[in-house]
Design a protein around this ligand. Structure first.
Ligand code: SF4
Length: 561
């Protein structure tokens, strides 16, 4: 009997193998002024360069208008004032005049037409940032804590995050050739056809790869949602090592139970001198064992779930040349950002600014985009730090600059204290419509209104200041990490959402499906009975997500068994 034929590799694997520099025909296409979009294969290559081709879905009825999304690679989300000023100008000149802070501490530009793509990417590189590997089957933007309030060890952790980001960057020369020189590489030249990346090989990873660092007790990076996580172990403000976490990920598909959200497992402790070796070990486990025949099953989380922790530990030990020690104890208590003015551990000041839905824009009397640009121009020593909750921290502020910055922001309608309600501050949405091609329902444009309506229901039942972490995504891919929220809306169709309940405040527990679908106009009717019971039945101080897990979801499980 003949052996079963191996499963066919995905098309993405074939095109990576055919053009391992990832050049595609990107420069040849944008150098022709008549072109307004890229081919499907080039769209796959563009992701490695930090860009997605999209179309404005609001305009589909009148014709297709191609637009590009471009994402920066900003390790640990820290930008100088000058770099922020460059990004602000680029958004005005080439994008839709907004900056979109992502859930991975980066900035996206939306609405860029083909003619603006190359100059935009070139100018990002000129300010010493990049877009390379912001998307694609490679390691993405490395996340690291930015809040300077807790421990001096944060700087050591940030330095390690930067080191890892640099060590895991792809080496293709196509990026420089296309975006800096505007030149199309010859894909048939032997040196390009036979290019092998020293870390990734010829076909890179089977899918994307995500890394985050966190410093307990603050889990502001949502560490367990990442393929690879490093929990810093700090004693007396000194970093002594990391607990290694592997196999987290949010993405799933509706109606496909073989896909699921998963929390990373904590599999051992190691010392900081091995950080790059350990990062490379885990990344190459994904490279070598990830499923290249099915992109929905290609993430590292499935390798970890199916091969088991002892297998992963043995591979890490072998590849990194160490022996993982038992996990060091740690506790996480929060995922939130600090808003308003606070003292940093080095004695300087910082200000956490709430950015609704991560969208920095000017709207009516609220001109956050212009206000921040003026801060960047006038206070060159201030750092702009992007948080994983899509907010901005202005850091490194001197005592004498604090008041002038306050006044300047106030002139543009941006408050630094009492910035928003607790419910809005704890909400987060992915962009979805009109730019994301995968969005099944509104997310960023809908969530603020939905939060407002839920706030009214909470007030009705006597809980006017209740903090509940609420997140929404336009599809189940989970870009805004919905499966960690106390309430999550996951788009199914226009105005229809699957609702998940029961995440926790420290980002250590997945939520569960409550309703497979609710209609958005029914929001109040769906939640009023639940909030009424929560107000009556909660233990003192108990959070909504914890009550859902302790009581409400258990009842649902019992009723369906
Ligand atoms: Fe697009 Fe889905 Fe991600 Fe939202 S979660 S940005 S709809 S892919």
């Amino acid at each position: 009997m003949s052996a079963e034929a191996p499963a066919k590799l995905t098309h993405n694997e074939e095109i990576k193998a055919a053009i391992p520099t990832l050049a595609g025909t990107i420069a040849a296409t944008f150098n022709q002024p008549a072109n307004d979009h890229f081919s499907d294969d080039d769209n796959q290559f563009l992701k490695f360069h930090g860009s997605y081709q999209q179309d404005d879905r609001d305009l589909r009825k009148t014709g297709k208008k191609y637009i590009m999304m471009i994402r920066g690679r900003i390790p640990g989300g820290i930008m100088t004032a000058k770099q922020y000023g460059v990004f602000d100008s680029l958004a005005t000149q080439y994008g839709n005049n907004t900056l979109r802070i992502t859930t991975r501490q980066s900035i996206q530009f939306h609405g860029v037409v083909m003619a603006g793509l190359q100059p935009l990417v070139k100018k990002i590189n000129e300010c010493l940032l990049s877009t390379l590997a912001a998307c694609g089957d490679v390691n993405r933007n490395v996340m690291a804590p930015v809040t300077p309030a807790y421990t001096k060890a944060r700087e050591q952790v940030y330095a390690d995050a930067h080191k890892v980001a640099m060590a895991l960057a792809p080496q293709t020369k196509a990026y420089h050739s296309i975006w800096i020189d505007g030149v199309q590489l010859d894909n048939d030249a032997a040196e390009n056809k036979n290019f092998v990346d020293p870390l990734y090989g010829q076909t890179y990873l089977p899918r994307k790869f995500k890394i985050a660092f966190a410093i307990p007790p603050v889990n502001d990076m949502d560490l367990f949602t990442n393929c690879l996580g490093f929990i810093a172990v700090v004693e007396n403000d000194q970093l002594i090592g990391y607990n290694l976490c592997v196999g987290g990920g949010m993405g799933r598909s509706h109606g496909n139970n073989a896909t699921y959200a998963r929390l990373a497992d904590v599999i051992g402790f190691f010392t900081p001198d091995k950080i790059v070796e350990v990062a490379k070990a885990v990344l190459t486990i994904h490279r070598d064992f990830g499923d290249r025949t099915d992109r929905k099953h290609a993430r590292l989380k499935y390798v970890v779930a199916e091969r088991g922790i002892p297998f992963i530990q043995a591979e890490v030990n072998k590849r990194a040349g160490l022996t993982l020690a038992p996990n060091a104890p740690y506790t996480f208590t929060t995922t939130s950002d600090l808003l308003g003015w606070r003292k940093a551990v080095d004695g300087s000041w910082f200000c956490g600014l709430f950015v609704s839905m991560g969208r920095v824009k000017d709207a009516g009397g609220y001109k956050m985009k212009t206000g921040l640009r003026h801060v960047a121009d006038a206070f060159q020593k201030v750092e702009f730090r992007l948080t994983a909750n899509q907010n901005i921290i202005l850091a490194n502020v001197s005592e004498e600059d604090k008041h002038p910055i306050n006044m300047l922001l106030a002139a543009y309608g941006v408050k630094t204290e009492n910035q928003t309600t607790v419910l809005h501050a704890a909400s987060m949405a992915c962009p979805s419509l009109p730019t994301c091609g995968l969005g099944l329902a509104e997310s960023e444009r809908a969530l603020p209104g939905m939060v407002e309506r839920l706030a009214k229901v909470l007030a009705e039942v006597g809980l006017p200041n209740e903090e509940i972490i609420i997140r929404s995504t336009g599809c189940p891919n989970g870009c805004a990490r919905p499966y960690m929220a106390e309430i999550a809306f996951v788009g199914k169709a226009p105005g229809r959402y699957q609702v998940w309940l029961g995440g926790d405040v420290s980002g250590t527990r997945l939520n569960k499906v409550w309703k497979d679908v609710i209609k958005e106009p029914e929001l109040e009717n769906e939640f009023r009975p639940v909030f009424t019971r929560f107000a009556k039945e909660r233990h003192a101080g108990e959070r909504f997500g914890d009550w859902c897990q302790r009581v409400f979801l258990k009842e649902q499980t019992a009723a369906t068994n």
